[in-house]
Design a protein around this ligand. Structure first.
Ligand code: ADP
Ligand code: MG
Length: 382
């Protein structure tokens, strides 16, 4: 963390910070839209992080600035009902305070300063990184003794209850609980986790399409409804409990759209478990096939890709051939794709993106070469 970050805090608040909470963004290797269907996901944390310097206040106010939004700040009282405020990003902080108060916790006032290198709106979960880091700061300041998993669950509630995004638990759980150098198999029903090492020579290459995302939350929430309706027709609690046989038995009772959504989720859950094995065995042929099938399912059944992300996947897969596995990652409707390949082949991805993406789509992509990072950390300054 830079000294200027601390100096800026002191400039704004006229005091030294008490400590620092830090939480990563994430990339999902596979298991897309399975979390809210209580299935399996397999994300890794990024080395991009959201940092929050914090200090206790005695007046029951929370004041927050973000270095990513210079000139805009938010403040609110913990003694009045917490409602959405004028700052779009400030609402994430209000949301965390709101859900913690709803759960019966007494919060302490705080001065907060945010800084982050997690790209925003790229499907790399800058919002979850923010929620988990803020949760870590409030947990420390108010002495709540929450576990990382509990902080993650409050982050999800913040999105669901305050930010009107019906997301599942994946993003917050990986941000809170990641182990460096590992991906995390997460069972979204039991919340059981298993850290799986990422082979040392395998690079996580993320290519952000920079496609302008629109109506993402409403599309996202609509997909979730389709899944719930398909589960209800099959008389299972969630799609986690459905099988392909069960789905085919009920095909005539569903709309074509409900069938396709459920088909994606059921097939994707199986692909997650197969991917864990393939990664452990460094089986690139298997990884490639699983990630390609995931992408096709997201394109044709779940219908969350756009030509720009389909094109990026084609461009990168063609460049890597048998030596890479590629698919879209995250919430879709733009956002990023992920390539798994050897370090020495990263340049092939960079060259292919530079040569073909802008020419085909009129957009410039950003390529990030990432290592699997660690989850939430909270440090108290002496
Ligand atoms: P994603 O989670 O895919 O990056 P979202 O739309 O869910 O995209 O979350 C992005 C939003 O999170 C931003 O519009 C902003 O409100 C908030 N946010 C993320 N990072 C920061 C930050 N460093 N400072 C302030 N707000 C942030
Ligand atoms: Mg988000």
């Amino acid at each position: 963390m830079s000294q200027t970050f601390i100096a800026t805090f002191q400039q704004i608040y006229a005091h030294k910070p008490d400590g620092l909470a830090s939480a990563p963004g994430r990339v999902n290797l596979i298991g897309e839209f399975t979390d809210y269907n209580l299935g399996y996901v397999f994300p890794a944390a990024l080395n991009f992080r959201t940092q929050v310097l914090f200090r206790a206040r005695t007046d029951q106010q929370i004041v927050v600035h973000s270095q990513n939004y210079p000139g805009e700040s938010d403040s609110f009282s913990l003694q009045a009902p917490i409602e959405p405020g004028p700052s779009q990003w400030g609402n994430y902080i209000r949301a965390m305070a709101y859900v913690l108060q709803q759960a019966g916790f007494t919060l302490c006032g705080a001065d907060l300063l945010i800084d982050s290198d997690v790209p925003q709106g790229a499907g790399l979960s800058s919002s979850a990184a923010l929620e988990v880091a803020i949760g870590g700061a409030l947990n420390q300041l108010s002495g709540l003794a929450l576990t990382p998993a509990q902080i993650a669950l409050f982050g999800q509630q913040a999105e669901n209850q305050f930010m009107n995004c019906q997301c599942g638990i994946m993003d917050q759980m990986i941000s809170a609980q990641a182990t460096a150098g590992h991906a995390l198999l997460l069972d979204c029903e039991t919340l059981a986790t298993r850290a799986v090492p990422i082979p040392a020579d395998l690079a996580l290459v993320i290519v952000n399409s920079n496609y302008p995302r629109k109506l993402v939350d409403s599309e996202y929430n609509g997909r979730r409804q389709d899944c719930e309706q398909a589960a209800a027709i099959m008389k299972v609690a969630t799609l986690r409990d459905a099988t392909m046989d069960l789905l085919l038995q009920h095909q005539n009772a569903m709309t074509a759209q409900q069938f396709k959504r459920a088909h994606h989720v059921i097939s994707e859950n199986a692909r997650v478990l197969a991917t864990v094995d393939a990664l452990q065995n460094s089986d690139m042929a298997q990884l490639r096939q699983l990630m390609q099938a995931s992408h096709q399912s997201l394109r044709d059944d779940f219908e969350v890709t756009v030509p720009a992300t389909d094109g990026l996947v084609e461009i990168c897969q063609a460049a890597l051939g048998a030596n890479g596995a590629v698919r879209m990652t995250g919430g879709g409707f733009g956002g990023a794709i992920i390539c798994l390949c050897a370090e020495q082949d990263v340049a092939l991805v960079e060259q292919a993106v530079a040569a073909h993406y802008q020419a085909r789509f009129g957009l410039t992509a950003d390529v990030y070469i990432c290592q699997a990072g660690t989850g939430l950390t909270v440090q108290v300054f002496s």
